[in-house]
Design a protein around this ligand. Structure first.
Ligand code: GLP
Length: 261
């Protein structure tokens, strides 16, 4: 595991976007695992900008998103389909039929989960999976549980997650209670994991996820078993790791630290 520390949100976004861009440039047909939430917004802005500058061509790329709220149509402005369209897809030249998101309106979530896992397999698996992290330690919408769930499945959202996501809805009562999420099996099967984190409210859960026991009570802790994980996090989110395991943090912009930036 590599933990790359940067000083602010802009650097976090730039660094993570450059890792995704390198994947797209190195392999035509790359499969990008994409995430929502507020943290990756800057990453998507960088990719959009680099596409506008003619630096990246997404025409051969595929994307699979982690999750979607149950009961929200792709047109709903809080659906993750809408988020991806507005924040990335409509600004770049990825083909719409190459972009995939679980169907939150599926009548049979079990069947939808099987379809989605089969789709990921048929694409050859995820080359690089972008992740944020929730306050409960959730990745995608894999909430704390008594066991790890491997396949794409329907999940009841944790009250803390509902509370955290209420800021995007008119009221907490409007936040969907269920979501459909890629399971930890699909996430762990990705060839590379790229987790981004920002803000001091993520510091403790980041530490517990990567330096505490591996337990389904902290779903992100399973990433300790993945062979190729890169965490890109800004200063505040790294407070707890810096306090307890400072030698684990690499400097993301070493010239700047040396006064050469
Ligand atoms: C949501 C998403 C996650 C995301 C998390 C953190 O619930 N399903 O994929 O990582 O929230 O969001 P944020 O980046 O806004 O803190």
């Amino acid at each position: 595991m590599r933990i790359i520390g940067v000083t602010d949100y802009g650097q976090m976004s730039w660094k993570a976007a450059s890792l995704l861009a390198s994947q797209v440039i190195l392999k035509r047909g790359s499969v990008l695992g994409l995430a929502t939430g507020s943290t990756p917004l800057g990453v998507y802005r960088c990719l959009t900008e680099w596409y506008r500058q003619g630096l990246i061509d997404f025409s051969g790329a595929f994307s699979v998103n982690l999750d979607e709220y149950c009961g929200l149509s792709p047109e709903h402005n809080q659906s993750y389909a809408y988020y991806m369209r507005e924040n990335l897809f409509r600004h770049i030249n990825i083909r719409p039929d190459h972009t995939h998101i679980p169907n939150g309106m599926a009548a049979d979530p079990g069947e939808e989960g099987r379809r989605y896992d089969e789709l990921i397999r048929s694409l050859g698996g995820v080359d690089i999976q972008l992740l944020g992290i929730g306050h409960t330690g959730h990745i995608g919408f894999n909430e704390p549980n008594t066991y790890f769930i491997a396949p794409t499945h329907r999940v009841a959202l944790n009250p803390l997650t509902i509370e955290a996501n209420a800021r995007f809805f008119a009221s907490e009562g409007d936040v969907p209670r269920y979501a459909i999420t890629m399971g930890l099996g699909s996430i762990m099967a990705a060839k590379r994991i790229l987790l981004v984190a920002s803000g001091e409210d993520k510091a403790e859960i980041l530490y517990r996820s990567f330096f505490g026991p591996i337990t389904p009570q902290i779903p992100a802790s399973i990433l300790q078993l993945h062979p190729n994980v890169t965490v890109v996090a800004e200063r505040d989110a790294l407070e707890a790791i810096r306090a307890k395991a400072p030698e684990m943090i690499e400097d993301g912009f070493p010239n700047e630290a040396a006064g050469l930036g």
